[in-house]
Design a protein around this ligand. Structure first.
Ligand code: LRH
Ligand code: MN
Ligand code: MN
Length: 430
């Protein structure tokens, strides 16, 4: 097994930064206390924050044109777990891994569970895959899976999802996430209503197979692989399906899956209001489903989403507790570095939203003082909360500067030596 990051190295690197951090933390604490905020209470919330890592994100991604494999990429789920453990050791906010089947090939789930336990990792939502055919597959998904006109293809897709629930039980997961690429490429190719009816019928069978303490998350996406129509193309179709299925079915918001300029934070608010927000796939995008690093382009949008989430937390909104997960593709960076950076970026949005003065915001909203409403949010967003994030990591035994420690550790070069001949990242994304 690849050597993980040495605790001594983390301590040694932290020691170099600790005195400055304490000064910065004190200064930020003084500033926040002037607004009646106790910094340690915010840091405790930052310490409790968790965001899952997608198993497929630990490998180098690619586009449909090319993929440029990185050094020492994980070749299987066990190596993906090792990399995930490194990310969590340093970041201390990513103790969950979200697997994707059958990309993650597993013969013995109890062995996998033991391995994850030994690495201090847990399992997040199980992702099913009926958007491509597997070698030798008898009934194709070329014309759709859960909504296919062929009952045999639909049954295969249903069975795969039921199998995923069984895998999840063995891993102590509590959620199944279903994203399908079903749709059409030509106007008139598909009868919209009949296709949606078939999808719902299939989903009802999957829903019936859910254990009582599980949730079924439905992920919408506007386009790709279908480029004219997609069966669950937006949050409207998504929430209709979730409402039709029942209370255990909820909607999942992948930030990259909307039309440009869509007000995602407002979608989040609506889903919260109707107890239908299941979770998130965080990433960033400029054009479409670019899967860029979270917060790398639109950090204010990410903050505004967390403003809605923290508002729900603040109001003790009933049945609220979405899963947070990253879903990104790393084409030109070391995936471990991108995932650490992105986890911290999402955590930063959460912390920034925690310091919004909600009493003042409500007053300004009531008085229709639009400028001061906006300034109240901007004040929180522009306050540099880095010392809180760094202190949260330090207090949990992580690294004040995760990227620096990771680079110092030589983990990637060592992985390169131990994992030769990388042919792919196991994700199927090329
Ligand atoms: C689809 C998607 C979905 C898949 C993942 C690999 O674009 O966001 O979540 O499971 O990418
Ligand atoms: Mn996604
Ligand atoms: Mn996507």
């Amino acid at each position: 097994m690849t050597q993980r990051i040495d605790k001594g190295l983390i301590a040694e690197q932290n020691a170099k930064l600790e005195a400055n951090l304490k000064e910065d933390y004190q200064a930020l604490g003084n500033k926040l206390s002037r607004d009646g905020i106790n910094i340690d209470e915010i840091t405790a919330k930052a310490e409790a924050f968790q965001i899952a890592v997608p198993s497929w994100g630990t490998g180098t991604g690619g586009t449909r044109f090319a993929r440029f494999p990185g050094e020492g990429e994980p070749r299987n789920i066990w190596e993906k777990l090792e990399d995930s453990a490194v990310i969590n050791d340093l970041s201390q906010c990513t103790e969950r891994v979200s697997p994707h089947f059958p990309w993650d090939k597993v013969d013995d789930f109890s062995e996998l569970k033991q391995t994850s336990d030994s690495l201090g990792l847990k399992w997040d939502s199980i992702n099913s895959n009926t958007f491509q055919d597997q070698p030798g597959q008898e009934h194709s998904f070329k014309y759709g899976s859960l909504s296919n006109t062929s009952a045999a293809s639909r049954d295969l897709a249903i069975q795969h999802n039921l199998d995923c629930i069984e895998y999840g039980k063995a891993l102590d997961s509590k959620t199944l996430t279903v994203w399908v690429g079903d749709g059409s490429n030509h106007p008139g190719q598909q009868h919209f209503q009949h296709a949606f009816e078939r999808y719902l019928e299939s989903m009802k069978t999957i829903y019936a197979g859910l254990p009582a303490d599980w949730e079924l998350h439905i992920e919408h996406k506007m386009f790709e692989p279908a480029f004219y129509s997609t069966i669950i193309q937006d949050w409207g179709s998504n929430v209709l399906a979730a409402m039709e299925l029942g209370p255990q079915a909820k909607s999942l918001v992948d930030l990259g899956h909307h039309a440009p300029n869509v007000n995602i934070e407002m979608i989040v608010s609506r889903l919260i209001q109707f107890k239908k927000l299941g979770g998130f796939h965080f990433n960033d995008s400029k054009y479409g489903d670019d899967d860029l690093d979270s917060g790398s382009l639109h950090p204010y949008q990410q903050f505004l989403i967390f403003n809605e989430l923290v508002d729900a937390e603040y109001r003790n909104q009933a049945e609220f507790g979405p899963n947070y997960m990253l879903d990104q593709s790393h084409n030109v960076t070391d995936p471990i570095e991108s995932l650490m950076n992105s986890a911290a970026s999402v955590q930063r949005s959460y912390v920034s939203a925690l310091i919004v003065d909600r009493t003042k915001l409500t007053e300004y909203q009531t008085a229709n003082d639009a400028l001061m409403c906006s300034n109240t949010l901007k004040k929180a967003f522009t306050t540099d909360v880095s010392p809180i994030l760094e202190m949260a990591r330090l207090r949990k035994g992580g690294a004040i500067d995760p990227i620096a420690v990771y680079r110092q550790s030589g983990y990637r070069a060592q992985a390169g030596a131990e994992r030769p001949n990388t042919g792919g990242n196991g994700s199927g994304i090329v």
